[in-house]
Design a protein around this ligand. Structure first.
Ligand code: BT5
Length: 321
């Protein structure tokens, strides 16, 4: 049905097609057509509806492909193997399988849509079609498992730099994994491991970026806490270019990190961080701690000075500023 409907629009060449014509050709009711039109909108089609004239496609969804990501890519290893899919449950899940099967370092998994994109603690990550960057990157660093939180911070720095380069926007980082613009979340990062007690086999860095969503495309529960790059910048953003820029920044930082350690990343991260120096509440699985965020340790752990002056080391929490 959807295919036939798209064919009818394609024949009209951007012109209006009446509801009656559609209902005759598809053999369905006006209500059914309206539902199909709504489905197309959800997929990223921009449709105009005018009384008496019918419907027309104003803009088709802006798709990317594995080829487009690789064409013009300036990296040596990151993104040299691209596993691209139209629709997946979660790019993390595929990346875990590929990592287990021995895929080379730098392999990336990118999808146009995730049906069950995930955040930390099994929370859901909203990942609608054609509007975002839903990507998992496989790294194989020779570091102990305890140091892998550093890679979440490293990835956040690379994403901030990529966004700055492509859009001119100046995002902030909220420890450990949120990137915000104007106080609203635009990126989430999820780092997962395949490791033995003392050895990392692979680190899978999942990056979710809201790129071209309009405010209306967010579900109601996210409208007050989330935003997209395009909402902030006012223009549509080239997602393939954004991926290329982030991969280039990530590769530079990663090589620097493997050779020189966490120092440079830590300084950069602190320069983008908004929570440091501020009064915050850290909600951990064992309860909440209120105090002043005074910095991060050399392992990427948050240092929080409680009301009574005690220094707490926070490994995992949600931060409220
Ligand atoms: C995160 O978790 O922020 C990590 C998100 C990582 C997503 C990427 S996409 C590619 C890869 N494949 C995956 O399956 N995942 C990774 P967390 O800090 O737990 O935040 C999750 C919370 O953010 C949710 O509970 C919502 O409140 C909110 N949220 C969900 N979708 C969002 C979106 N698109 N934009 C902003 N906030 C969102």
């Amino acid at each position: 049905m959807r295919k036939q409907l798209l064919e009818i629009f394609s024949e009209a060449n951007g012109g209006f097609v009446s509801g009656q014509k559609i209902s005759e050709e598809l053999g369905c009711s006006r209500t059914a057509i309206w539902k199909h039109i709504e489905d197309l909108r959800k997929e990223g089609y921009e449709l105009e509806a005018v009384r008496k004239l019918g419907y027309r496609i104003v803009q088709k969804p802006d798709k990317i492909s594995g080829n487009e990501i690789q064409l013009g890519l300036k990296t040596k290893t990151l993104g040299r193997h691209v596993h691209f899919e139209e629709s997946v449950t979660s790019t993390q899940k595929i990346a875990h399988r590929l990592a287990y099967e021995g895929t080379p370092e730098g392999t990336i998994v990118v999808a146009e849509e995730q049906q069950a994109g995930r955040g930390r603690l099994d929370r859901l990550w909203f990942s609608p079609k054609y509007t975002g960057v839903w990507m998992s990157i496989i790294l194989r660093p020779s570091i102990p498992p305890s140091q892998t939180p550093q890679l979440t911070l490293l990835a956040a720095v690379a994403v901030v730099q990529g966004i700055q380069e492509v859009t001119g926007l100046e995002p902030d980082i909220k420890w450990p994994n949120d990137i915000l613009i104007g106080g609203k979340k635009v990126v989430g990062i999820l780092t997962e491991l395949q490791a033995e007690a003392d050895r990392v086999n692979s680190v899978i860095i999942g990056i979710g970026i809201n790129v071209n969503q309009t405010i209306e495309q967010f579900p109601e529960e996210l409208t007050s806490i989330a935003t997209s790059l395009s909402i902030q910048q006012g223009d549509k953003i080239d997602r393939a270019l954004l991926i290329q820029s982030i991969l280039a920044k990530l590769e530079d930082l990663y090589h620097n990190y493997l050779t020189n350690g966490f120092k440079v990343v830590k300084l950069l991260w602190e320069s983008y961080a908004i929570s440091i120096g501020k009064q915050i509440i850290a909600r951990t699985l064992n309860g909440s701690i209120e105090g002043r965020a005074i910095g991060i340790t050399d392992d990427g752990v948050l240092r929080l000075e409680g009301m009574d002056g005690t220094i707490h080391l926070i490994h995992s929490a949600d931060i409220e500023i």
